[in-house]
Each structure stands twice: as structure tokens, then as C-alpha cells.
Design a protein around this ligand. Sequence first.
Ligand SMILES: [Cu+2]
Length: 167
Amino acid sequence: MSSVQKARVAVTVVVVLLMVYPISLTISAMSSGSVKRSIVIEARQFEFNPSRIEVKVGDTVTFILQSNDSRHGFYIQELDIDQQVNVQAPSEVTVTINQTGTFAFLCNVPCGNYHPYMNGKLYVSPNVQHILFTYLLVILISWLILRAEQEWERRGEIQPFDLVEEK
Ligand SMILES: [Cu+2]
């Protein structure tokens, strides 16, 4: 492989990686690697139950929120969730989780002395199927582009991914 060809392969892979991520995220959200799930959370003075929740990126999660003592809130800044929880009136909020990480959820309705300590954590782990799928897509699309370029080269036509003029 000449250095021009190596550079072309590298550029192709980078371009494809940039293109593939949003596509694969969308597809994985629709595929079997991601799940729809409902999680019932009880808010009470002064804790959430459960207070630790684990999901995978790409999952569509419906949080079903209930309270039996007073009004509370369910707030996750990073996921743009801000839901009131009224007494004896369950409410729900659905979100497709599109980032990994650990996110705090908080009560944002003052509910008593220990309200500031009313919080929990949502752990979002990577989706292995999603990652494998992304790699396969990158390899496949890169291969197709490189094959197409070889074909163009053979025919002496314009080569859209050329970095360096060949002599
Ligand atoms: Cu509170």
C-alpha cells in the first residue's frame, strides 16, 4: 500500500466513523439491543425507592412516579427530566437515553427538613450490541467506499477522497 493509499484508508475510516454514529444510535434505538422498560419509583420523605437504577444507553425508559406522603419532584438535569409527583396520583415520564454516565436524580419540590438529601443515581452503561453493530457498520461502509474508489481509479475518473495529488 502506498502512503497515498494509506492516507485514503485513514480518511475514509474517519469520515465513516463520523457519519455512522448518529445512524447507528438511531438504528440501535429501534433494534433488539435496546429495550423499552418501565421503572416504578416511589418518592417519599426523604428518599426515592429504588434510589439506584441501572439502564443501558439506547433504552427507552418510562419512569412511573408515585408518592403516598407529600408532593415531590423527579429531576434529572442531564436528561431534561423535570416531573412532579403528586400524592396518590402516579405520573410518568418517558425518555430515550442517549448518553452513558452516572446521573443524579433529585427531588426538586421542597418536601420537608431533609428534602435536600432526597436523591438517587441513574447508571447508564454502554450497550455492547450497539458497539458491535457500530463497528460492523464502519467496516462495511469503509469497505464499500474503498472498493468504489478503486473502481473509480481503475476507470481514471474523479476520486472524491483524494488528499494528495498522485504523480
Ligand atoms: Cu423534596
